[in-house]
Design a protein around this ligand. Sequence first.
Ligand SMILES: [Zn+2]
Ligand SMILES: [Zn+2]
Length: 330
Amino acid sequence: MEIVAGVHQLRIPFPDGAERVTNAWVVEGDRGSILVDCGWDTSEAIWAFREGLKVDGLSFQDIKWIVLTHVHPDHLGMAAKLRELCGAKVVMHRLDAALVGPRYVDSSRLAEEMEEMLLSHGVPRDEIGEMREAAGKAAQFVTPLEPDVLVNEGDTVSNGSFQLDVIHTPGHTPGHICLYEPRKRRLFSGDHVLFDAVPRICADPQSGADPAGDYVRSLEALVDRQVSFVFPGHGPVFNSLGIRSNEILRLCNVRQQQILSELEEGLKTAYDVTRAVPWRVNGGEASYDELPFREKRTSVCEAVAWLKRLSLDGKVAPLERNGRISYLAK
Ligand SMILES: [Zn+2]
Ligand SMILES: [Zn+2]
């Protein structure tokens, strides 16, 4: 569907009948189209992509660049196949490009590091097995690839009509990028700012030392940017970047306060905290026990991210004993 002149939205379904979709954006120009993000690699996704192009009178051959906002499977999964179908070049930030191999080509070391991390934060061993299985299922919907072009903050990807400036927005992943068209004031925001959800911010072996702090700083850096349309990786298009960013910043503060008040009751691991605070899933609120195992792992990683941020702010102190980390409110 053409949302504004020259910008088409393709809604790419998630695997296994999940209700969510990834927005893939086709940006038309004098020198071919730029595709921003792809979707999981499934036959349904390829079909949805092909049909979406056809309805809007576009073809695979029009697409000359595939820009991936980040390394997650719902954005990168199908990129290798689309690169072949389109004869396009794949563009990524260098930091997320470096994560593709360890994440999707040989993930055994990453899986081990992840399990060690989860154990050290209090997750019981029997839950870890189920989390591993859930994560393994997701990997089957990704075809790994090496990007053709690595970009950094300040680089541009141009097709003549649209000149997209690369803005590095670490937090959701270390090499997450948004793309900004300054003349038309359009922002392709990936998973950095969504209208109807707060992006997951996870500490994991690939995330760097302070993903939650990175995320907050990335939001603050963009909050005053003049934007007429935001085209996000999921959910509806919107135009109130400043209002939405401030709302997400407020919700990040609420999350930190919830975690702090749990720690006021005494020393707790990230796992204890994760079990105690509410989580959002499919638009509703759920307790830890109600979450699927993949979401359970993500939720523990998110609690760890905020506990690291609170530690760096001097509000809590981590205490390690026999390989297990607990946190104490200061
Ligand atoms: Zn993501
Ligand atoms: Zn996503």
